[in-house]
Design a protein around this ligand. Structure first.
Ligand code: PRP
Length: 210
């Protein structure tokens, strides 16, 4: 089962290169993230279930389609926020549940500071959003929270993953489908993705400190 889906679209490669560029300013960085989120969402929703609905066009009645499943969009704060809008537009009936996490700078391990997922009536599909999958620790914590809620179909939408992070994640959660625009070869000594794009949250929200 191949649960690693890497975008092959030329638009993804084009917009990702702009995103990676150190000279790309925050406003352009944000719009590039949104474009890539849309491309990821198209791929990650390709097999969603449909049900027939009756539609009356101005010409005649017909049988159309409506999305059947309950989808939960789960951005990891902060940087995951940047992917929400385009996906919410494509899935206006989805639910959005925020997870707050930051990576401890000394240990590179995720620290959870906000989680109010419900405890019952799980969504049919959970989409975890985070532009970066470095060690995979943050997304691992998010998947664990979704599983605790009872979500069976978990999909991760990430702009860049490291090879190590994606392998570690799939060793623990082989069923989680991971959609990425690129898989980069390594992590540096600070557990940043190489070549990567730097700190996505800081670049997105203009909070970089030199
Ligand atoms: C970054 C990034 C991911 C996480 C990835 O967040 O946005 O959430 O680190 O690293 P991991 O795969 O090794 O867990 P950061 O801790 O910088 O928080 P922020 O989004 O608030 O800036």
């Amino acid at each position: 089962m191949n649960n690693r889906i890497e975008l092959q679209h030329p638009l993804a490669a084009h917009h990702l290169s702009i995103l990676r560029d150190i000279d790309t300013p925050p406003h352009l960085f944000r719009s590039q993230v949104q474009l890539l989120a849309m491309l990821l969402a198209v791929e990650a929703t390709a097999d969603l279930a449909l049900v027939d609905v009756h539609v009356k066009t101005p010409i005649c009645p017909m049988v159309g389609k409506r999305l059947l499943q309950r989808v939960a969009i789960v951005p990891i704060l902060r940087a995951g926020l940047g992917l929400v809008d385009p996906i919410f537009q494509l899935l206006p009936g989805a639910e959005v549940w925020h997870l707050g996490m930051y990576r401890d700078e000394a240990t590179a391990r995720p620290v959870e500071y906000y989680c109010k997922l419900p405890v019952d009536q799980p969504a049919d599909v959970g989409m975890v959003l985070d532009p970066m999958l470095a060690t995979g620790g943050s997304i691992r914590m998010a998947i664990t929270a979704l599983k605790r809620w009872g979500v069976k179909d978990i999909r991760v939408l990430s702009v860049i993953a490291s090879e190590q992070g994606i392998q570690t994640l799939h060793a623990e959660f082989p069923d989680a489908k991971v959609f990425v625009a690129a898989v980069d070869p390594e992590l540096n000594e600070h557990k940043f993705i190489v070549p990567g794009l730097g700190d996505a949250g800081d670049r997105m929200f203009n909070t970089q400190r030199s």
